[in-house]
Design a protein around this ligand. Structure first.
Ligand SMILES: O=P(O)(O)OC[C@H]1O[C@](O)(CO)[C@@H](O)[C@@H]1O
Length: 450
């Protein structure tokens, strides 16, 4: 077991040869140079590259203090945000903390319950969340880089009212933490006006690359995870990404191999996990790659499955359906806890052959068996290994994927740091809602909907 996050395509050699990986080296290295020298498209959004070593230490200390205050004065923290202002924190908390974080007893959890909202527009979801909070003490972390995104803005209105009614406006303001642009946007204005403690999303860090800023760090710190170790892990992976030669650079190799597969008609990448706690890491990864690469009618469609659960639903398709996909299997090498299966006197369930074996051994056997079966079914299987489930390796994993994404986007010939496509639905929604300034579009859309 290596002591870092690693990438391995050895099982996929039938589909990607070492020679092909060598042939694409120049392309990958040019893309890396563009990224590191900041000479490519979107180069005003590259603040994430040095973030793990150049972050604002004063703000970092303020984040830790705010987290301690929330831990002391709140039973519940609401994290309001969407996309990059949501997924990183959720991914980290689910990966690092208890599988049943919000349900397990306070004695085990020790920190506030954490609920995410503002990531949908459902009245049911919000009403049910109000019921979950009940009359308990709570705080809000509202996160929006632009400060104008509709989903979190609506949720903030609703939950700010609840907080104001419970504590009065002045006291409520001390329980609201705003993570947003340093000087612009509706949320920044509101924070200034009401005196909320504010944290900054740096100008040069886009939403989907912002997990290691206050966007991710405050909720992660409230959950009791160690954000210093998270940054240290990211810093160590930054070092590998920037300084290792091509053949030893896991992140570069991953970017290269997925581009080789794309050129062979594999337009769908499925991120696979065998730990339920990785589910939201996949969700975070999907936004990272989907928003970065899916443009100009190009890109690999990022999908994900949770195995072994989805082997019993999507397994058939992956084994046997249209051959347009490859899998990237993320494995946690050493499970943090163990269960050993015991022998039963009468072997009614036929499982005595597993007596003395750990549940993780069964899980790993399922993983290895599936890897070979899917390879035989002509689905290339790439692998990413995480040594253990902790903050350090998660920091490495985040940075590994971010770097690979930047490189891969340039290899593909797109700007990996913009997202013009997401505006189309917003314009239509604003027009239909009657937002001032969208009158002409409104008439046109209403006619189409008749
Ligand atoms: O932090 P904000 O500005 O509310 O944006 C949230 C998300 O919405 C998007 O801008 C897409 O609309 C994403 O890129 C971003 O992560």
């Amino acid at each position: 077991m290596a002591n870092k996050v690693t990438f391995d395509y050895s099982v996929a050699k039938k589909f990607v040869s070492d020679t092909e990986v060598k042939m694409i080296q120049a392309c990958a290295e040019t893309a890396k140079d563009q990224l590191v020298n900041k000479s490519g498209a979107g180069n005003d959004f590259l603040g994430w590259i040095d973030l793990p070593v150049e972050y604002d230490k004063e703000e970092f200390a303020r984040i830790q203090k705010a987290a301690e205050k929330i831990q002391k004065d709140s039973e519940v923290l609401l994290v309001i945000g969407i996309g990059g202002s949501y997924l990183g924190a959720r991914a980290a908390i689910e990966f690092l903390r208890h599988s049943f974080y919000n349900s397990v007893s306070k004695e085990i959890r020790k920190t506030p319950e954490i609920y995410f909202c503002g990531n949908n527009i459902s009245s049911n979801y919000m009403n049910h969340l109000i019921e979950v909070i009940g009359d308990r003490d709570f705080s809000i972390n509202i996160i929006s880089k632009s400060g104008t995104t509709t989903e979190p803005a609506i949720a903030f209105r609703v939950f700010k009212k609840l907080l104001n009614e419970k504590y009065g406006r002045k006291e409520a303001a001390k329980r609201i933490y705003a993570t947003t642009d340093k000087s612009r946007g509706a949320l920044k204005n509101l924070a200034n006006e009401e005196g909320y403690e504010s944290f900054v999303v740096p100008d040069d860090v886009g939403g989907r690359y912002s997990v290691l800023t206050a966007v991710g760090l405050l909720p992660i710190a409230v959950s009791g995870a160690d954000i210093t170790k998270l940054m240290e892990g990211a810093a160590s992976m930054r070092d590998y990404c920037l300084n290792q030669p091509y053949d030893k650079n896991d992140s570069l190799q991953y970017a290269a191999v997925r581009n080789i597969l794309l050129r062979k008609g594999k337009g769908i990448e499925i991120l696979v996990n065998y730990e339920p706690s990785l589910h939201y890491v996949s969700e975070w990864w999907k936004q990272l790659f989907g928003e970065s690469e899916g443009k100009d009618q190009k890109g690999i469609y990022p999908a994900s499955v949770d195995f072994t659960t989805d082997l019993h639903s999507m397994g058939q398709f992956i084994q046997d359906g249209q051959r347009t996909m490859f899998e990237t299997v993320v494995t946690v090498e050493k499970s943090s806890t163990e269960i050993i299966l015991e022998e039963e006197e009468v072997d009614l369930d036929g499982l005595n052959y597993l007596a003395g074996k750990s549940v993780d051994f069964v899980n790993k056997s399922a993983m290895k068996g599936t890897l070979l079966a899917h390879t035989d079914g002509n689905v290339p299987n790439l692998q990413v290994f995480i040594p253990e489930q902790n903050e350090f390796y998660l920091g490495q994993l985040f940075y590994f994927f971010e770097f690979a994404c930047g490189v891969s986007g340039y290899m593909l010939g797109v700007n990996p740091f913009d997202q013009p496509g997401v505006e189309s639905y917003k314009k239509n929604m604003f027009a239909l809602l009657g937002k001032p300034g969208f009158e002409a579009q409104r008439e046109e859309l209403l006619k189409r909907l008749q």
